[in-house]
Design a protein around this ligand. Structure first.
Ligand code: BTN
Length: 253
């Protein structure tokens, strides 16, 4: 805490040895929590991923954290927090470990083609107003135990780097990066700085991907990421579409 150099984000940090899920806990306290409150746990017994999946969160190996935000923005803007978080994590991983992390739009980070981080943003509020947003960030920092089973798709920073990563340093960098990008977005009303990072370190720009919507899978080429953070794709039949995060999932081809 003393080493923190942010203004609002992480001003209050709630730390657990174990919890069901830092996102769940955040939801329970969000109403009374200050903007920028950060929840961190050494272990999660019921870590959650996107699309109702589990998120394996073994003790002491990863960074399992949530940030509670109370921005004055419409709910339609909420998912931009995922982009801000992805850009922040990307810069933090690169800065702290030197590993070449890339962003797999919209909410995954990969190193050497394998997942090292996932982001789960959840929102509560009404049609026109957000009560609070919870940005859940899971980073496979020093994981070893689960990797056998998932080694074709997931890895950890330690595994790629060949040495353990100092989690505290990474968290401090991440919160600093996040606050900078968040403030920039709130003050400018645009995602300019975030987009520069997301485009620069994109794992999907110019690539062939599969767009998955329920049962349907379509091949597409990624043309760009627009000003709102939407993914511009072109299908094999020449049709173009702007994809929203949450609406689809994508896979490398
Ligand atoms: C995904 O890739 O599907 C998103 C994974 C998000 C995991 C993090 S870990 C901290 C926070 N608490 C949770 O239960 N999930 C998120």
């Amino acid at each position: 805490k003393r080493d923190l150099n942010t203004v609002e984000i992480g001003n209050k940090i709630i730390y657990f040895d174990t919890i069901d899920s830092t996102n769940n806990y955040s939801k329970r306290i969000a109403k009374d929590a200050a903007h920028g409150t950060v929840i961190i746990s050494e272990e999660q017994s019921g870590g959650r991923g996107r699309l109702g999946r589990n998120w394996i969160s073994p003790k002491g190996e990863g960074i399992w954290m949530s940030i509670v935000l109370k921005p004055d923005i419409p709910p339609t803007e909420g998912m931009k927090m995922t982009q801000i978080a992805a850009a922040a994590v990307c810069n933090a991983i690169r800065g702290v470990t030197g590993l070449e992390a890339f962003i797999k739009w919209p909410n995954d980070l990969v190193v050497n083609g394998k997942k090292v981080c996932g982001i789960l943003t959840e929102m509560a509020g009404e049609l026109t107003r957000i009560d609070y947003l919870i940005v859940g960030i899971g980073i496979n920092a020093n994981n070893e135990s689960f990797l056998e089973e998932f080694q074709h798709i997931a890895t950890s920073l330690a595994k790629e780097k060949g040495e353990k990563v100092d989690r505290k340093t990474l968290i401090l960098h991440l919160l600093k990066e996040f606050e900078g990008l968040y403030e920039d977005y709130i003050n400018q009303g645009t995602l300019e700085k975030t987009l520069a990072i997301i485009r620069n370190y994109s794992a999907v720009l110019g690539k062939s991907i599969l767009v998955i919507r329920g049962e349907q899978q379509l091949k597409a080429t990624v043309l760009g990421i627009d000003e709102e953070g939407l993914l511009e794709v072109k299908y094999e039949d020449g049709k173009r579409e702007l994809l929203m995060s949450g609406e689809v999932s994508i896979r490398g081809e």
